[in-house]
Ligand binder design. Structure first.
Ligand code: FMN
Length: 386
């Protein structure tokens, strides 16, 4: 591909470079993928109102997210197994984010460990925590994130059980992917990916492999993790984390105003309105459709971040117009990583910034901290008089 013009080009390149079991893992959602599709459809159904008689020569895209500087209102969100998409993938993505000037969030289920990423970037990053049934592991992960000087802990609250992704089950996704005849053939016919992975520092869940006995054998750790998601997780669990964690606490997976109010009550510093990119409760509404009611409930008292369906700079403006303070990107940056490693994540961020700049100029906006609500509307039906 000669020129990468959009995130969708990165998606195409990722599809070409990865064995299908890995591309489908990134691209897909749970069950019928209704929520995944809603995230995309509802974002696109929103209209941006143009203001054409304003001087927009000066524009400010910078902000802070949970206290950390962000050159554009977008952080690289947590995605498990990123290190299977590119050798040392989490370190590469974290470096791209640090160089670009946006926050990076490392997943609990990463291939590189917290310590690998700390060493690779030398800058504070965020750590996303899945609480496990094994309390000793939770305590250890929090301690390690603290020691690595992570500036925020992103506690994911929507994983009482893992959403079923039918393609992953059928294709044998795991760490490593199951060696079915199809997967072996796919790996052999994607030699660039295969050669890259051979040189990767790690091939297992870097944060967990030394925490438990099952971590010693590649393969059994995936099974252990699946059994560890804790259905007893509730507000008391969050209170415990708040007590243990000294710096910024962000709750990820808020889809209801009640949960947003609870986040305030327990002293969280920010929330992420998110349905996990349509990978958990299938049939949940799109995250963009619930954003306004959550902003109305708590927006003046806590930082409201947003993810789900962000693929262009215009999508960021839509989320800001509906009251989000800033956004996170899951798949878009992961497509970049899978396509071109660190350069691909950089490319995704650059595309977002260019599109954000263009969108601000065309919509008559000078600052990301002042996107008035009227900028975003539902597309009026054809023939409506206004
Ligand atoms: C491949 C993949 C892996 C993910 N892994 C995690 C994870 O480990 N922890 C987490 O909190 N969210 C995880 N998510 C959810 C993302 O952080 C984010 O909420 C979602 O991708 C946002 O939607 P978008 O992909 O449309 O940007 C994952 C998403 C994808 C696509």
């Amino acid at each position: 591909m000669s020129k990468i013009a959009s995130i969708f080009d990165l998606e195409t390149l990722a599809r070409e470079r990865l064995p299908s079991v890995l591309f489908d893992y990134i691209h897909g959602g749970s069950e019928q993928q209704l929520t995944l599709q809603r995230n995309l459809d509802d974002m696109r159904a929103l209209a941006l109102r143009q203001h054409s008689l304003r001087n927009v020569a000066r524009r400010d895209t910078a902000t802070t997210m949970a206290g950390d500087p962000a050159r554009i209102p977008l952080a690289v969100g947590p995605t498990g197994l990123a290190g299977l998409m590119w050798p040392n993938g989490e370190c590469e993505a974290a470096r791209a984010a640090a160089d670009y000037g946006v926050p990076y969030c490392l997943s609990t289920c990463s291939i590189n460990s917290i310590e690998d990423v700390a060493e690779a970037t030398g800058k504070p990053f965020w750590f996303q925590l899945y609480l496990m049934k094994a309390q000793r592991v939770n305590e250890s992960l929090i301690r390690r994130a603290d020691k690595a000087n992570c500036s925020a802990l992103v506690l994911t609250i929507d994983l009482h059980t893992q959403g079923k992704r039918w393609a992953d089950e059928k294709e044998g996704l795991g760490v490593p992917p199951r060696l079915t005849p199809r997967n072996v053939l796919e790996m052999l016919t994607h030699p660039r990916w295969l050669a890259g992975m051979a040189g990767s520092k790690r091939h297992n869940f870097g944060n967990l492999e030394h925490e438990i006995e099952a971590g010693k054998s590649v393969g059994s750790l995936s099974k252990w993790i699946e059994e560890q998601f804790d259905p007893t997780f509730d507000l008391d669990t969050v209170r415990w984390v708040r007590k243990e964690w000294p710096r910024k606490l962000i709750l990820k997976g808020v889809m209801h105003p009640d949960d947003a109010r609870s986040a305030l009550e327990v002293g969280a510093d920010a929330i992420i309105v998110s349905n996990h990119g349509g990978r958990q409760l299938d049939s949940a509404p799109s995250s963009i459709s619930v954003l306004p009611q959550i902003v109305e409930a708590v927006g003046s008292r806590i930082e409201v971040l947003f993810d789900g369906g962000i693929r262009t700079g215009g999508d960021i403006v839509k989320a800001l117009g509906l009251g989000a303070h800033a956004c996170l990107s899951g798949r878009a940056c992961l497509y970049g990583l899978a396509a071109k490693g660190r350069d691909g994540v950089h490319c995704a961020l650059e595309l977002f910034e260019q599109e954000l700049q263009d969108c601000m100029m065309l919509a008559g906006l000078s600052s990301v901290s002042e996107v008035p609500p009227g900028v975003v509307t539902a597309q009026p039906p054809l023939g409506a008089r206004r």
